[in-house]
Design a binder for this molecule. Structure first.
Ligand code: SF4
Length: 325
């Protein structure tokens, strides 16, 4: 895999590498910009990178990486700019690790970190490449840095993977791996986006995915406790897209096993073309907090994952690749 290009954001970089067969693959390294209260408002709304720089967490505390798992994606999610790149198959375990190696060798000054969160989530659906993705996660320990790795498996959870696994098989393999290999320190995040299954299907471009009911049942009945990191249900919040907290509670959403993440819709080409509009963002953040509070009333751990306004351009998956394909 060779270096092709890079794109700078106030909090980090998006890299474009190229596979031996000429496919552009994105990976990223970012720092966290987490601040509370009045300063949080300031960071979210600013167009001034200096304000972001002032609030970056030290690498030693937390570092955020992402790597791609496939050349493009078989799915066609209406909010994602990977969707309209050509799909050319899985990345090998070695190609996934080459991205990690590239990110580490581009940042030789980061030798230790209490938490390196690495999302196998940039381009591609990792469930379709499970063996290579879990194999790459396993090999993270071999990198010669003093890191506490926190791998993240972000999935829309297809009912059947291209390798022939069921959605339940994927859940079992990922959770077993999380508990056995990472002693719970692996983050499984399942893209939900709506509690209306018809709407979900539409947003996933018609993909047949496990229903939220099936997911909740499976996780609630998983034979052992879910330790350290509970399973996170991700909701990209969009206008006209229902998120029914009471329905989730009726399904049995258990705070011992689940958390929820609320994410404003990023400004992607696909979301604009498909007329998707975020429920809340910089100007009406309170609406997002109101939804968060509904989950909190039921004691469901919930985080809001809002990016800063001046980070938005080019941050989204597939956007750098698009410039060069
Ligand atoms: S969101 Fe994930 S599954 Fe959907 S098109 Fe993008 S990369 Fe593929």
């Amino acid at each position: 895999m060779k270096f092709k290009n890079s794109f700078y954001l106030p909090s980090g970089r998006v890299f474009l590498l190229e596979t031996d067969d000429g496919y552009p693959v994105e990976c990223t390294e970012m720092r966290d910009v987490s601040v509370q209260g009045k300063q949080h408002y300031e960071v979210r709304n600013t167009q001034d990178p200096h304000i972001i720089w002032k609030h970056l967490k030290p690498y030693e505390e937390k570092w955020l990486l992402t790597v791609s798992t496939q050349k493009g994606c078989v799915h066609n999610c209406k909010f994602c700019d990977v969707a309209d790149l050509k799909f050319k198959g899985n990345l090998s375990k070695s190609e996934i690790l080459q991205q990690v190696n590239f990110l580490l060798s581009s940042t030789p000054y980061v030798q230790e970190s209490a938490k390196v969160k690495i999302g196998f989530a940039r381009m591609g659906e990792p469930a379709h490449n499970l063996k290579n993705v879990l194999g790459a996660m396993f090999s993270l320990f071999e990198f010669d840095r003093k890191f506490n790795w926190l791998p993240c498996f972000n999935t829309i959870l297809p009912r059947k993977t291209t390798e022939g696994l069921s959605g339940e098989d994927v859940l079992k393999k990922v959770i077993d791996f999380k508990e056995d290999v990472y002693k719970g320190f692996l983050h499984l995040q399942i893209s939900c986006n709506s509690t209306d299954e018809q709407k979900r299907k539409e947003l996933f471009g018609g993909a047949d995915v496990l229903s939220i009911k099936e997911i909740v049942n499976y996780i609630n009945n998983y034979s052992s406790p879910i330790t350290q990191r509970t399973v996170t249900l991700n909701f990209i919040v969009m206008k006209g897209v229902p998120i029914d907290v009471d329905y989730l509670m009726e399904l049995g959403l258990n705070p011992e096993r689940f958390a929820v993440k609320l994410i404003p819709l990023n400004n992607t080409v696909q979301s604009q073309e498909n007329n998707l509009v975020t429920l809340a963002n910089y100007s009406n953040y309170e609406d997002l907090e109101a939804l968060r509070d509904k989950f909190k009333q039921h004691k469901i751990p919930v985080v809001i994952d809002a990016i800063a306004k001046c980070e938005e351009a080019g941050l989204c998956c597939g956007q750098l690749a698009h410039i060069f394909v």
